[in-house]
Design a binder for this molecule. Structure first.
Ligand SMILES: *[C@@H]1O[C@H](CO)[C@@H](O)[C@H](O)[C@H]1NC(C)=O
Ligand SMILES: *[C@@H]1O[C@H](CO)[C@@H](O)[C@H](O)[C@H]1NC(C)=O
Length: 501
């Protein structure tokens, strides 16, 4: 569903900003593409044939305009060159999912943002999300591990010590012998969850650190770097075991700071369907312990009730603050983002306020929060400035034909478009029914279900009667004016029934 994929995108965006990946985005430098030799380029004509011949292949779906893709490209290429020397060689491929003719492939693989990386196994019959790092060494290590067995045998205490990493979730099946239905089911679970967790199996539980040394009967032991540190399951129904593992692998409170070891849990936090509560404060401040314990109590109270909890250090949260339009002097603060994109905010929080505010939120007594730049005092340039607080009046209720550009301040293509948009606006300045406008989409919330902004610049046209069209034409003055003239005056005839906003 469209609304659902939009939610995923916004979660993804905040996650990227929160772990600082978005900060590197830049549209200003157009790097010359180096001669790429090791990454295989696939398209609609050869994709299925190529994939069907491989037991294991990694595919990146990218778009030429996507900054994260450009940043990934040299790392991906370097990883491909290293992995090509494996025996058998491991293949990294890419598909330009922006190409019209490849769009069916993008749909087939549910590509809703860029880059999307998938691992295809057994000729494409099994598809998994790539959840590994984005720099060359990390890609190599992750891909090597993914191409091996889903669960590795632990034979010695040394194996066990190096396998049970202090910083990661690892899952070990303890079996009296490596056969039988329970073992097979464990292997199935390992196959299914292998892109998220590391799996091992062992004959003797005494080799394992932590937990009871003597285990009777087949047991699945999950090691984690938070909360109770070790959990044992004796459930072997595949779906039930998957569910238990998923539930146990989310911390009661996800910690977000500059430690990259926490980032996988932050990603997991944003990938759940839960509402997301995020408390930000300065971890060096005095009353941090009071916040931690009160917040934990609240998290415990709402466990399993559809809210996830994250505690973020101000030092690491510039991305999130920008995303939410928050200021450092508002901390301690808590913000809740719901699955349908609404946001709720309480600034200058005190430890004793947390429980009552979350309860008020749950009871529907807190009003949603909208990020907006201040309304400009003067707005007399040819291209008008729209902010979240003026979007309704300026665009939806103005009764005018509005061409609206969604831009980002760092986006190079937006900078290129600016003078052209200016010329369009100047040409149409005497036409009182036409408005050319722009909104900084990074500093203003776009209401859910209105405009679908996936990249910058995005141009939408709203006719006087409320028809909404995305402008996909050439970014030239002539084409844009022609488009406006062609689509504007339908207004009068289509007055009725188009008020879907
Ligand atoms: C193995 O998994 C299947 C499918 O989930 C289930 O029907 C079966 O009961 C499981 N076996 C055991 C021993 O739990
Ligand atoms: C956090 O608090 C410490 C100690 O009061 C202070 O030195 C530091 O500047 C603060 N950090 C931020 C980002 O405000």
């Amino acid at each position: 569903m469209a609304s659902r994929s939009r939610v995923r995108i916004s979660s993804l965006l905040i996650m990227l900003s929160i772990i600082g990946l978005a900060a590197a985005e830049s549209g200003t430098t157009e790097e010359e593409s180096k001669s790429e030799e090791f990454v295989v380029t696939l398209d609609h004509s050869n994709f299925h044939e190529f994939v069907s011949k491989h037991k294991f292949i990694v595919i990146e779906f990218y778009a030429p305009w996507c900054g994260h893709c450009k940043k990934l490209a040299p790392e991906y290429e370097k990883a491909a060159s290293i992995l090509s020397k494996e025996d058998p060689p491991l293949i990294l491929a890419k598909v330009d999912a922006n190409e019209e003719k490849n769009k069916a492939l993008a749909t087939e693989f549910g590509v809703s943002g860029f880059p999307t990386i998938k691992i295809l196994r057994f000729g494409g019959s099994v598809v998994q999300d790539y959840k590994g790092p984005r720099e060359a060494d990390g890609i190599v290590a992750y891909v090597k591990k993914q191409s091996g067995p889903a669960s590795v045998e632990i034979k010695t205490a040394e194996d066990a010590t190096s396998f049970v990493d202090e910083k990661k979730i690892v899952i070990v099946g303890v079996f009296p012998e490596f056969s039988g239905e329970k073992f097979d089911n464990f292997t199935t679970v390992a196959e299914r969850l292998r892109s998220d967790f590391e799996f091992g199996h062992v004959l003797d539980a005494k080799l394992l650190p932590r937990g009871e040394l003597s285990i009777s009967g087949p047991t699945v032991r999950l090691f984690k770097p938070f909360d109770e540190l070790v959990v044992d399951f004796q459930e072997f129904n595949v779906d039930d075991l998957v569910k238990l593992i998923e539930e146990s692998s989310v911390p009661l409170v996800t910690l977000f700071n500059n430690d990259p070891n926490n980032h996988p849990f932050v990603i997991k936090f944003f990938n759940t369907e839960n509402d997301k509560a995020m408390l930000f404060l300065n971890f060096s401040s005095e009353n941090i312990d009071a916040f931690k314990s009160k917040y934990r109590d609240v998290a415990e109270q709402y466990k399993g009730k559809g809210i996830g909890f994250l505690l973020g250090d101000l030092e690491a949260s510039q991305g999130a603050f920008q995303y939410f339009g928050l200021k450092e002097d508002q901390v301690p603060l808590i913000v809740i983002q719901t699955n349908d994109g609404e946001k709720y905010l309480k600034t200058h929080l005190e430890p004793d306020h947390i429980a009552s505010w979350v309860k008020d939120y749950k009871d529907g007594h807190v009003k949603p929060y909208k990020k907006s730049e201040p309304i400009p005092e003067v707005n007399n340039e040819p291209v008008k400035v729209v902010v979240a607080d003026t979007l309704q009046d300026f665009v939806f209720n103005s009764g005018k034909n509005v061409l609206l550009e969604f831009y980002a301040p760092w986006c190079g293509h937006c900078k290129k478009l600016a003078p052209i948009l200016d010329e369009v606006a100047v040409s149409l300045e005497n036409d009182a029914d036409v408005v050319i406008a722009k909104i900084d989409a990074t500093a203003n919330d776009i209401p859910q279900g209105t405009f679908d902004v996936k990249g910058y610049p995005t141009l939408y046209f709203k006719s006087a009667s409320g028809n909404i069209l995305q402008y996909d034409g050439d970014r030239t003055k002539e084409d844009m004016i022609e488009f406006i003239q062609k689509n504007r005056d339908k207004a009068a005839q289509q007055e009725s029934g188009k008020d879907e906003l």
